[in-house]
Design a protein around this ligand. Structure first.
Ligand code: NAD
Length: 368
């Protein structure tokens, strides 16, 4: 049966016919490559900064279904270095100005946007218009409007869009989801989630509102927010938030330390903290009717540790980025929506906006 389906897909793909598989999602024009699961999908990275260099490119080498096929960078030295290091063909190397020509390159299936937050929208839209599937780093963008434009562009182009929520593919976090879903210790009662670090260089884009959209909250607080949502299995009903700034010069444009409180529809409450001003905040804790579970460190790239009242969690450490990219590649190959689609990114931006709104208004924000 599976063989029949594959042969059918390959036949259709070779003829270049647009087809909607019975998945309930929008029809894709199936490319030959997407229809051949044995082939690895070609990823092009846009922005060769710290994350691309230290995590994503090494992660790509560990994937089963992906390969580093192309790069987009404004820096000639970086383009040369990456070309040599990863054996990238000249025709797969772009600048921000030549990027749109990627539409003529069948070797690139997926564009992975790894730029400052406020640039995710533009490059996602341009990639979709070039006929590529898109993985955008978190936070998805800096406003609900931009997120919606990204979703619309990918929908219009019949391309898949996913957000780089790596933790949602990691065994320790999957276990937090399972414990809640299966009520292993009964219903969840309360959650504590926090993530922060002491930020260095005062001139970096993360401290500029126009490029970052916000400070610690947008950058790392978003992990804590995600954690509360998938640990409770609910969407927030009310949010109340507070902010403090001990260094108003360094954090002139963006938030430094924020504490927020979520009430979920069932009555479960979550306390969350994020900061750019001290290290050590890296935790996801849930108390249930008959027990507790905790990850600490929870959101680092590796070395996660999990515990419940019954003992240590015993899971392998996986490469978060390899796992996330392989999942997206499989979604493309199987024509199914990612579990972290654009809509998931947009939901978080809406909630982060509610946190800022609560801080500015001094009120509790009720969510629809
Ligand atoms: P970075 O500063 O190290 O790299 C940013 C890249 O964008 C650089 O190559 C820079 O040259 C390029 N760039 C292009 N135009 C720019 C401009 N106008 N201003 C500044 N840089 C410009 O940042 P990073 O740490 O690699 O983060 C990139 C994205 O990845 C961000 O959205 C960030 O939130 C996200 N991120 C995600 C994770 C994760 O765990 N998923 C971790 C770190 C960063």
């Amino acid at each position: 049966m599976e063989q029949d389906r594959r042969t059918f897909i390959q036949t259709v793909a070779k003829s270049g016919i647009a087809i909607s598989l019975a998945t309930g999602s929008a029809p894709f024009v199936i490319t030959t490559r997407a229809a051949e699961p044995e082939k690895k999908l070609g990823f092009a990275l846009v922005g060769l900064g710290s994350l691309s260099t230290n995590q994503i490119a090494p992660g790509l080498q560990k994937t089963k279904y992906c390969r580093l096929a192309g790069i987009v960078s404004g820096t000639p030295e970086k383009r040369q270095k990456w070309k040599a290091q990863y054996n990238i063909p000249e025709q797969n190397i772009y600048t921000y100005e030549t990027f749109d020509k990627i539409k003529d390159n069948p070797d690139i299936d997926v564009v992975y946007v790894v730029l400052p937050n406020a640039m995710h929208g533009e490059y996602t839209v341009r990639a979709a218009q070039a006929g590529k599937h898109v993985l955008s780093e978190k936070p998805m963008e800096v406003s609900v409007k931009k997120c919606q434009e990204m979703i619309d562009a990918c929908k219009k182009a019949n391309r898949l869009l996913a957000v780089g929520y790596r933790c949602q593919f990691v065994p320790f976090h999957l276990e937090m989801m399972r414990i809640g879903r299966e009520k292993v210790f009964g219903p969840v009662k309360a959650i504590e989630a926090s993530f922060g670090f002491k930020i260095g260089d005062p001139t970096q884009w993360r401290l500029k509102k126009a490029l970052a959209g916000g400070g610690a909250l947008m950058d790392v607080g978003i992990y804590a927010l995600q954690g509360t949502r998938y640990t409770s299995g609910e969407e927030p009903a009310e949010i109340t938030a507070f902010e403090t700034k001990s260094d108003p010069v360094k954090f002139k444009e963006v938030d430094e330390t924020i504490n927020w409180h979520i009430k979920f529809p069932s009555g479960v409450m979550a306390n969350c903290t994020t900061s750019y001003n001290f290290n050590g905040l890296n935790r996801l804790f849930a108390g249930y009717e008959t027990g507790w579970a905790q990850l600490d460190p929870a959101y680092s790239y590796g070395g996660l540790e999990g515990k419940t009242g019954k003992g240590a969690m015993d899971f392998p450490q996986v490469d978060h980025f390899a796992t996330e990219m392989d999942d997206f590649a499989q979604c493309i190959m199987q024509n199914k929506k990612s579990k972290v689609p654009g809509e998931e990114g947009l939901r978080d931006i809406r909630l982060l906006s509610a946190i800022y709104e609560s801080i500015h208004s001094g009120k509790t924000i009720k969510l629809k």
